[in-house]
Design a binder for this molecule. Structure first.
Ligand code: SF4
Ligand code: SF4
Ligand code: SF4
Length: 544
């Protein structure tokens, strides 16, 4: 099939942005670096909007660019820049290959649904938080899909390749990589939305974009006023309906020869398909009023799509079934956690310790987020920082911050520790939820404080030296003090930065002897004194 120049440009741009965004989230080897990440996501609508709202005096150029593009050319953001939109096009294309007779037809807009979702979302943002935006923002949703569903597959393939190459004594091309496990509830939520988007796009093209996506609703509204529009030339159009049958937005009414611009995602399929060249892209003719679009029998006269259709009822059913699946996963997770805890307590640790639970009042938010409340108000849970974090300590939360912070990253000191000199997350965060810090600022940013549970410590329970926490503490806020013939940890809270090195290193299970509790408001830590900064233990005295 001969492609129109417009469609060629659109396809090339769409492939470019899809591969770019996928690479950013899947880059497990850290090949591209922070500057590349920043640049790659700068045109994403919601992060650019959040940055404009939250960073004083900054209007993100990406926001201006997307709004200008929309007012000039319609929803080109949706057709060529949004990775979730492009993913739906890939699924639609695949569906048309599988279901040979799959054809679209004109359907009524889900206007009430889409504006209700947008309205509720804005109300929640005004009065409660951004959870709904976190869940529905297409960029963040794609980020989670790429990070938690696609990336493990790529890493698994990488590891297979690395194993094959190492058996041939080739070690320099690929190496084994371990991903930190993601909570099942986060995985389930991501999977639920992935399935929802896939099912909707497989059956109804861009239905998700035109019913659920808040960005689609906003840009759709603006598109009604765009300068350039696709129009059906009434003189040359023969009402054959070919354009309607390839319209993924199901927004071309042949009866009235009009297009619903709030739903048109500027894919240019109609221009490409029309045998009479009656679908033309031009400066919208002023004074020519669009007739209201109605569903009339003539719109239905084309071949009806076969196979399952996505009605509002089945959409709600799919969503409900998915929620039930997430709830199921949550309970499976609890059972697994209990099983692991039981296993740990009975088989792993040889000491008598680890019996007193840690008393964690607050989750720990990343350095640069300033406070949990501020972080919960801005972060859309895109997971870019999670992907970029070199130590894997940043992990997506489910309810660690409560509902207001669902899917936002928190510091998981089981998975890793926050490297003292690292400032990566602040450099990549596109919303401003994590502000960039210099290394000097990072060194005195206290995100939490270490707490010592003497009754769990090996020195107390087993009467033997340990010191793993102090050994790993970069500020020596945890240092060893005499304890009979041994030495035992002591914490100087005001120089602790809450990096979690001590908690991560502490070998006691099931409950650690030292743990970090989050600071709801981040504080400035005192600089460590040079004498304190030296370990009280000599390297060769370290017992492990
Ligand atoms: S409507 Fe939303 S998901 Fe669809 S392409 Fe636009 S921004 Fe992306
Ligand atoms: S500063 Fe800490 S949390 Fe942020 S990316 Fe670096 S190691 Fe990860
Ligand atoms: S803090 Fe992380 S998950 Fe949240 S918006 Fe920034 S990069 Fe995305």
């Amino acid at each position: 099939m001969k492609l129109s120049i417009l469609k060629k440009i659109r396809v090339v741009l769409a492939l470019f942005f899809f591969l770019l965004l996928s690479a950013v989230f899947i880059d497990f080897r850290g090949t591209f670096g922070e500057t590349f990440y920043q640049w790659a996501v700068s045109l994403q609508f919601v992060p650019a909007l959040m940055k404009t709202i939250t960073v004083a005096g900054v209007v993100a150029w990406g926001l201006i660019a997307v709004l200008a593009l929309t007012l000039l050319f319609g929803r080109v953001y949706c057709s060529a820049i949004c990775p979730l939109g492009i993913m739906q096009d890939v699924v639609s294309w695949f569906s048309r290959k599988v279901k040979k007779k799959h054809r679209y037809k004109f359907r009524k807009a889900w206007t009430i649904t889409r504006y209700s979702i947008l309205g509720v979302l804005l109300l929640v943002v005004l009065f409660g938080g951004i959870t709904l935006l976190t869940v529905l923002d297409p960029y963040s949703l794609f980020g989670r899909i790429a990070s938690y569903l696609f990336k493990p597959i790529v890493v698994w393939l990488n590891n297979l390749g690395a194993a094959a190459l190492s058996s041939a004594d080739v070690y320099s091309i690929l190496y084994q990589y371990d991903l930190a496990p993601v909570q099942l509830t986060v995985l389930g939520t991501t999977l639920l939305f992935f399935i929802l988007v896939i099912v909707m796009s497989f059956n109804r093209g861009r239905l998700y974009c035109n019913s659920v996506c808040p960005v689609g609703t906003v840009l759709g509204f603006l598109s009604k006023y765009s300068l350039f529009k696709i129009e059906l030339d009434h003189d040359t159009c023969t009402k054959c309906g070919k354009c309607m049958r390839v319209c993924k937005a199901e927004c071309i009414s042949i009866k009235t020869q009009t297009i619903d611009y709030s739903r048109c995602v500027a894919c240019y399929n109609c221009i490409d398909t029309c045998p009479e060249d009656a679908a033309v892209y031009r400066i919208s003719r002023k004074g020519r009023k669009e007739k209201p679009v109605e569903l009339k029998p003539v719109d239905m006269m084309v071949a009806q799509p076969k196979g399952p259709q996505m009605s509002k009822r089945s959409f709600l059913f799919t969503a409900g079934a998915g929620m039930a699946a997430v709830a199921g996963l949550a309970s499976v997770e609890k059972v697994q956690a209990a099983a692991v805890a039981q296993k740990d307590s009975t088989t792993v640790h040889t000491s008598n310790g680890g019996k007193i639970p840690e008393n964690k009042q607050f989750a720990v938010s990343p350095p640069g987020s300033e406070s949990i409340e501020r972080f919960n108000d801005i972060c859309t849970g895109c997971s870019l920082c999670v992907s970029a974090c070199p130590s894997k300590v940043l992990q997506p939360s489910f309810l660690e911050y409560g509902l207001a912070g669902m899917l936002q990253p928190h510091m998981d000191f089981q998975a890793g520790l926050c490297n003292f000199d690292c400032t990566t997350c602040g450099e990549v965060c596109p919303t401003g939820a994590i502000k960039p810090l210099t290394v000097e600022q990072k060194h005195v940013t206290q995100i939490g404080k270490a707490h010592f549970i003497k009754a769990n410590c090996i020195v107390e329970t087993d009467g033997t030296d340990c010191g793993a926490c102090s050994e790993h503490c970069p500020t020596k806020a945890v240092h060893m003090v005499p304890y009979g013939d041994l030495v035992i940890p002591e914490v100087t809270e005001d120089i602790c930065v809450g990096c979690g090195a001590c908690e991560h290193a502490c070998p006691v299970t099931p409950h650690k002897a030292i743990y970090v509790d989050g600071n709801p408001e981040h504080l400035e830590a005192k600089k460590p004194e040079t004498e304190k900064a030296k370990s009280d233990l000599k390297e060769d005295e370290f017992p492990f």
